[in-house]
Design a protein. Structure first.
Length: 150
């Protein structure tokens, strides 16, 4: 049954991400209608379903597997860890991301500090105005990660 989740992840985030996940223990939790609700990787919550369109959104743990990344400066990293949105002028680099796609927000050392949605395109980021990434989940905003029921 986890094959269906891997296919959906491959469709949304790329074949490389699904291949990276295939070596791990994957468990899927379904809702009443039979749709994927949560995807656990090595018993840690990695992806959750967005109800309005069926996309699987990465959690902080799941963000370690995806390739779409936004690198922020160390100056902004402290605020992003607290759950603040990312201003365009503090973005150092954008890797393999498109506007309105889910991205992992990393500091300059490569540590995932938050997950969010990239609002701007590459060209708009060069203008260095406004908030380019809306943060959905960050290190400080999440107390405990949801653990699978036993």
């Amino acid at each position: 049954m986890s094959q269906r989740a891997l296919q959906l992840i491959a469709y949304i985030y790329g074949k490389e991400v699904a291949e990276r996940l295939s070596g791990h223990e994957i468990r899927v939790e379904y809702n009443k209608t039979g749709r994927i609700r949560y995807v656990y990787v090595d018993n840690k919550l990695a992806f959750v379903l967005r109800n309005n369109d069926g996309h699987l959104l990465p959690t902080l743990y799941g963000a370690e597997f995806i390739n779409r990344k936004v690198v922020v400066s160390n100056e902004a990293a402290e605020f992003v860890k607290l759950g603040r949105n990312v201003p365009a002028k503090y973005i150092v680099e954008v890797r393999q991301a498109r506007p309105n796609s889910e991205v992992a927000i990393v500091d300059t050392r490569g540590t995932v500090i938050a997950v969010g949605r990239l609002v701007y395109s590459q060209r708009e980021i060069t203008l260095r105005r406004g908030y380019a990434v809306k943060v959905r989940e960050s290190l400080e905003s999440t107390g405990e990660m949801k653990e699978p029921p036993q």
